[in-house]
Write a protein that binds this ligand. Structure first.
Ligand code: WT7
Length: 686
């Protein structure tokens, strides 16, 4: 391994592609390979090198039968893949399946006394709760009965969940899945307003939430967000009929916010009526939607990625088994939040479909100190660990020597969500993994359902800072702006695309099929009339380079999206929130490199003529962003400028602002309509 482990400052790389203004690519030198430990290889689910042949492009689509065969089907499908209406691909057509049955019922025969979910409360004084598959089965049935009998829910209805990281969240998702109800879980850190937008778009009549939860040492009032959500939805013309409230402490209301008579229902009060009830899982068409997951894009409006039951579940199950190497006897901990796609695929559906024990941790990783995750790992004997570079950086900063103090042993570790610096990778490998765990750096997106690029842990060597090749069945390609393929090892950056469809891919954007086509398939489509999937590569929106060994290194978003701590925020969403403040006439958000979170947003604003800049206005703008989106989007700084740097056609030059925020040279600004403003902004932002 090379000796220099210091992270390089962000430096724009020379690319053949015109990277967007908002992009500042991370770049570091190529690293040497690290071999997977042999004890890992000896026990791995996937150690047969024949896999690559089996999933070669000429074996598509029948190769994916192997994915679906990991599941129980009520009715086997007739057509593996239907491409008759590109790019609206259909998988396992004619099949009937239920996701809840596959994650719960089918394990009872052999694993009913095994823990399905270890719920770890944030307060260390509170006992860990271990929910067996049998208990999960009973509770999911009772709650499904409540949803069906008391709330009148049926297959195809949408329900919005705004739940924290508690065992009741997967339980609620599975109860919905049992009925064929489409769940849309909104990250609990998002504001009531953000939740309302998603309720309205999905037309959910029901909101399911929890009264309170622990985070960073505080018991947060979460119920108040439900009131805001219902109010904002009503303002937008959509009525939330019922709000179902789980109690963080059953039998006790833990929120200072009172119940709304006639609308709010306390789940824990109603449940006794459904004790012992059983609800048969509804055999659903393989292509029926399982859930919506909203994510940020280039417009101010988040898009609801619609994921299928059959294709999605097959995909996350196969990748959990073969890339995460999950065996039923493993204790698996993914420290993501279930409010993001990572949690859906790799805390809930993938691990539970494989009858593993999955850890759900309520709080923040470094609370009360940076030893916490390793105490949890030791106590529960976790052997597979999964987290983001942001969390690894924070744990390394706060407790570089902590892992050595605890007696856990990981066989496998994942990193996901952002590029990981080699120095951070090495700390993860040596300290967290104690040099005994294989690491996979998995690249994918909310739209994709599961991993796209990663090494196969027992078959490939690891290379710090590189995600790896496409996983078996995924055939990536890098195109330049003209649609020319960039050769392996060319050293040139371009737009990473996937040549072939795959079962985990989202089916459409909820209620916006045009945007789905426009944003993901139009860019490199060779013929819009073609019904040949080969003419419809999937455009991911990430810049990437491929090394001579076939490994991809992901450089970051090429669109107006900022990846903060591994979570996507649309610059337009933040700008719209700022513009809600009456004093603001223009707003521009740029990403700034951050040692821990990867990127954070800086918000530049121009005020109405005659208004004097003040700290109070800055605070008001910041508060507006937090209440519209959530604390995760809070700008690092609000910089009030006399004018935005603009092109002659009046376009705000975000690239110039990004350079200033990142203390880089903004380059030639002489072609701007107002070049003189650049120096003024520099002094304000300096
Ligand atoms: C964006 C997707 C999918 C799980 C979490 C994020 C970036 C994701 C990696 C990685 C470098 C990565 C990309 C992608 N990204 N994984 N291993 N290395 N970058 O999901 O919120 O949909 O964000 O995250 O830029 O497009 P998401």
């Amino acid at each position: 391994m090379s000796k220099d482990t210091s992270p390089r400052p962000a430096k724009p790389k020379q690319t053949s592609v015109d990277v967007s203004e908002a992009q500042i690519a991370v770049h570091w030198p190529e690293e040497d390979y690290v071999s997977p430990p042999s004890p890992f290889i000896a026990q791995a689910n996937l150690a047969d090198p024949g896999i690559f042949q089996r999933f070669a492009l000429d074996k598509f689509p029948e190769s994916y039968k192997e994915f679906a065969d990991l599941l129980d089907w009520y009715k086997y499908w007739d057509t593996t893949f239907d491409a008759s209406n590109p790019p609206f691909w259909r998988w396992f057509v004619g099949g009937r399946i239920n996701a809840c049955h596959n994650c719960v019922d089918r394990h009872l025969a052999r694993h009913k006394n095994k823990t399905a979910i270890h719920f770890v409360p944030e307060p260390e004084s509170e006992a860990v709760q271990h929910l067996t598959y049998q208990e999960l089965f009973v509770r999911v049935n009772e709650f499904a009965a409540l949803l069906r009998e008391h709330c009148g829910l049926k297959a195809g209805d949408r329900v919005t969940l705004h739940m924290p990281m508690v065992a009741e969240l997967p339980l609620t998702m599975l109860a919905c899945a049992r009925l064929g109800v489409i769940h849309s879980q909104v990250f609990s850190g998002f504001s009531g307003k953000a939740c309302a937008d998603r309720i309205v778009d999905s037309e959910s009549r029901l909101l399911i939430t929890m009264d309170a939860y622990h985070r960073a040492g505080k018991l947060l009032d979460h119920k108040e967000k439900a009131d805001t959500a219902a109010l904002e939805a009503a303002n937008a013309g959509h009525a939330v009929e019922k709000v179902l409230i789980w109690q963080r402490y059953p039998g006790k209301h833990s929120s200072p916010t009172p119940l709304v008579q006639g609308r709010d229902l306390v789940v824990n009060d109603l449940l006794p009526k459904f004790r012992g009830q059983r609800v048969e899982p509804v055999p659903m068409p393989a292509e029926a939607p399982l859930f919506l997951m909203y994510t940020s894009g280039t417009t101010g409006k988040p898009k609801g990625c619609q994921h299928s039951i059959g294709g999605y579940l097959a995909y996350v199950t196969w990748t959990s088994k073969n890339i995460q190497d999950i065996h039923p006897e493993d204790v698996y901990w993914c420290m993501a939040d279930i409010g993001w796609i990572t949690g859906h695929s790799y805390i809930v559906y993938g691990p539970l479909a494989l009858a593993a024990s999955s850890v759900v941790y309520e709080g923040v990783p470094n609370h009360p100190d940076a030893g916490r995750p390793w105490r949890i790992a030791e106590a529960l004997d976790v052997n597979i660990f999964h987290t983001s570079p942001t969390a690894i950086r924070a744990l390394r900063r706060d407790g570089p020597d902590e892992p050595a103090k605890y007696h856990y042993r990981f066989k496998h570790m994942t990193t996901v969500g952002e590029p990981i610096e080699p120095a951070v990778w090495k700390w993860y490998y040596n300290m967290v993994g104690k040099g005994q765990a294989v690491i996979v750096d998995t690249w994918w997106q909310t739209e994709n359902g599961g991993f796209l690029c990663s090494t196969v842990p027992a078959l490939h060597k690891m290379k710090p800072g590189s995600a790896g090749p496409g996983i078996p069945g995924i055939h990536p390609v890098i195109y330049d702006d003209e649609g020319k393929e960039l050769a392996m090892g060319s050293g040139k950056a371009g737009n990473i695309c996937i040549r072939n469809p795959w079962p985990g891919a989202f089916q459409t954007i909820w209620k916006d099929p045009d945007r789905y086509v426009r944003q993901y398939y139009k860019r490199y489509c060779r013929d819009p009339k073609s019904r040949d999937w080969r003419d419809w590569p999937y455009f991911a929106g990430d810049g990437a380079v491929q090394a001579a060994d076939g490994y991809y290194r992901i450089l970051g978003r090429i669109d107006d999206v900022i990846n903060v701590a591994g979570h996507r925020l649309g610059t337009k969403e933040i700008e719209s929130a700022a513009l809600l403040v009456a004093d603001v006439v223009e707003a521009a958000v740029v990403p700034v490199a951050d040692e821990i979170k990867g990127k954070v947003p800086d918000l530049y604003v121009a005020l109405k003529p005659g208004l004097a800049p003040s700290a109070a206005i800055g605070d008001k703008i910041s508060a507006s962003v937090v209440s519209e989106i959530g604390a995760i989007a809070r700008p690092r700084r609000v910089i009030i400028v006399p004018d935005m740097p603009k092109t002659r056609s009046g376009k705000i030059m975000r690239r110039v602002l990004a350079a200033i925020s990142n203390r880089q040279d903004p380059g030639d600004v002489s072609t701007l309509a107002n070049p003189e403003v650049v120096e003024k902004i520099k002094s304000l932002a300096g």
